[in-house]
Design a protein around this ligand. Structure first.
Ligand code: NAP
Ligand code: ZN
Length: 363
């Protein structure tokens, strides 16, 4: 089965085509973004202009931090209600887009902070528009929202059909302002999603062509975008790969590769894509006995061996180690095991597997 009920406009100046789509969403939008990047990359201004031309009003909520917390969602819900909004537009990386999804659901269903993960209470949603400015999460094409409960140091996602954006406005020009570090980290997140499409025990060959093409695009265009940040063609291809990654995880979700990354982010501050990348080789080795056939088919289409793929990965300029204490491992293991993605591993994963992996990361 393949299900991804999102209208996707993918082109330069895509915003000009959005007006027809959001015509019947209502009169006022809550614009959900981070503090700087939505303005910096030009997306916020272009969205505002397009709304104004459509005769719509807006209210800007520009306080979403990386790894959005539950309180920021509840504040967004209150602003949505106080300002009598009709739809939400998330502008930014995965953090503002995930926050926008959760705000829509919280507002439509009157959810309190402790109910944000209770998907059985999700009965309605206000229309959600996603305007990505990173090429990584694919959140514009998924039913997931990843939030952080700061009181528990716990990062976890929920998935619900109502969280699929109604409309994704994808303009690669918005990613030209991405710093090298974020370009790399977000592309590594997209790479994780694509690989996990082969790992998940809900994997479906329907998406294998997207996975093969998406990984080939990242291998070809990530080095170019890192060396030539203004190369719009490379930016466009990375955005396409990220979208493919979103479409892929919308079917099979993610696995231990993401579950193990959540405490690295919520407890140690490792950026999301980097956390996934740090364990990518270990996860591939762990899963190989179960999904070796799928991986070899991938490498055949990439025209490289597993060893060559891993050499390419190693050559990328990201930190491969992070200080890990025994206490961290003790606290992280229950959190990792409780993650809903753990049900999707292609093999049974033991505490020892996780401990070994975390210890290797720290050495
Ligand atoms: P992000 O957390 O949204 O943003 C990272 C940083 O990049 C922020 O400082 C942001 O600035 C900046 N930035 C964003 N766009 C920029 C641009 N065009 N130019 C310059 N700077 C820019 O990063 P992300 O990696 O896209 O999202 C990560 C989050 O998404 C994590 O919480 C992760 O768990 C989640 N995620 C969700 C899904 C899903 O399906 N829903 C899948 C994977 C990951 P500002 O703060 O100023 O905006
Ligand atoms: Zn991810």
């Amino acid at each position: 089965m393949f299900y991804c009920p999102v209208r996707i406009i993918f082109k330069e100046h895509a915003i000009n085509l959005a007006k027809a789509d959001w015509a019947d969403y209502g009169n006022k939008a809550l614009l959900v973004c981070g503090k700087n990047s939505a303005r910096l990359c030009g997306a916020l201004e272009e969205v505002i202009n397009a709304l104004t031309e459509s005769g719509k009003k807006y209210f800007i909520y520009d306080e979403i931090n990386e790894n959005p917390d539950l309180q920021s969602v509840i504040k967004g819900k209150e602003l949505f209600k106080q300002n009598a909004c009709d739809f939400v537009i998330g502008i930014g990386g995965g953090s503002p887009i995930d926050a926008a999804k959760a705000i829509s659901l919280a507002a439509a269903n009157g959810l309190a902070e402790n109910e944000l993960y209770q998907t059985d209470k999700f009965k309605h949603a206000y229309p959600i528009v996603a305007v990505p400015t990173t090429s990584g999460t694919g959140s514009e094409a998924t039913q997931y929202s990843v939030l952080t409960d700061t009181s528990q140091h716990k990062k976890a996602g929920f998935g619900h059909e109502l969280a699929f954006p109604h409309l994704a406005v994808m303009d690669p020009r918005y990613t030209l302002s991405l710093p090298k570090k974020v370009t790399l980290q977000t592309a590594l997140d997209a790479l994780s999603h694509l690989l996990e499409g082969l790992y998940s025990n809900k994997r479906t060959p329907i998406v294998y062509p997207l996975i093969h093409k998406g990984i080939a695009l990242i291998m070809k265009y990530l080095p170019i975008a890192l060396n030539e940040p203004d190369n719009l063609h490379a930016r466009e291809e990375l955005m396409r790969a990220s979208l493919y990654g979103g479409m892929v995880i919308a079917q099979g979700s993610t696995t231990l590769q993401h579950s193990i990354g959540y405490p690295l982010t919520s407890r140690l501050g490792v950026p999301h894509g980097l956390a996934n990348a740090m364990v990518m080789e270990d996860i591939m080795n762990l899963y190989y006995p179960a999904v070796g056939g799928e991986l070899e088919e991938l490498f055949a289409t990439l025209n490289c061996s597993r060893k060559e793929f891993l050499s390419w990965l190693h050559a990328l300029p990201f930190a491969k180690k992070v200080p890990i204490s025994a206490e961290f491992i003790k606290e992280a293991i229950p959190q990792i095991k409780a993650s809903r993605n753990m049900a999707l591993n292609p093999i049974e994963v033991t505490d020892k597997d996780i401990t070994d992996m975390l210890e290797r990361l720290g050495k």
